[in-house]
Design a protein around this ligand. Sequence first.
Ligand SMILES: N[C@@H](CCC(=O)N[C@@H](CS)C(=O)NCC(=O)O)C(=O)O
Length: 211
Amino acid sequence: MKLYDCAVAPNPRRARMFIAEKGLDIPRVEIDILGGENLKDSFLAINPRGLLPVLELEDGTRFDEAMAICRYLEELHPEPPLLGTTPVERAQIECMQRKMEFEGMIATSEVFRNKLDNDSFAYRSLPGVPSPAIPGLVERGTKTLERFFHWLEKYLEDGNPFIMGDRFTMVDITAVCAVDFAKWVDITIPKGNRNSLRWYDEVSARPSASA
Ligand SMILES: N[C@@H](CCC(=O)N[C@@H](CS)C(=O)NCC(=O)O)C(=O)O
């Protein structure tokens, strides 16, 4: 098994954090997204959509979505559980994971890809497809991120250490990766959101956060 990875990119980081929390050691192949290596034929042969992460099994089977990679690994290595242990928990985690992904990760990606001063991603509005910036997406993404931070604070206001309660889950992984990604576009947890700031410090201190 090997993970096609990119050390600086937020979606590969989700997979890497998950792998670290499971205590697994999966060889990595580093692909330089900022330098455009993911759009060259050699990587398009691995993933024609040019996106990372990709997990490749010994028989050549590949998974090119972070969540699919995590689900597969959770099936193989259920401990510690990061995606829930009962049908109810699994559904609750799925609900919240999607919110963190759509309102945090994807919103930030819209801002990052479409900022006109983003030289490293000029003409890369859409992943893997040469396309000019769409400035309206910066506005939409920024507003969605306001909503993401508002709800993150609400989910944590009961004082629990993690978003789903007292257990660290995939929801925390996606959320912390989104918060760190948003820093790339100079958007941070609002200063008054004390619960989110406390949660952020706690999650960021885990060894997996620097995997
Ligand atoms: N839905 C995919 C998204 C993957 C994705 O957008 N990856 C970004 C890195 S964070 C990428 O490979 N971008 C390459 C590009 O835009 O050229 C997942 O969750 O794994």
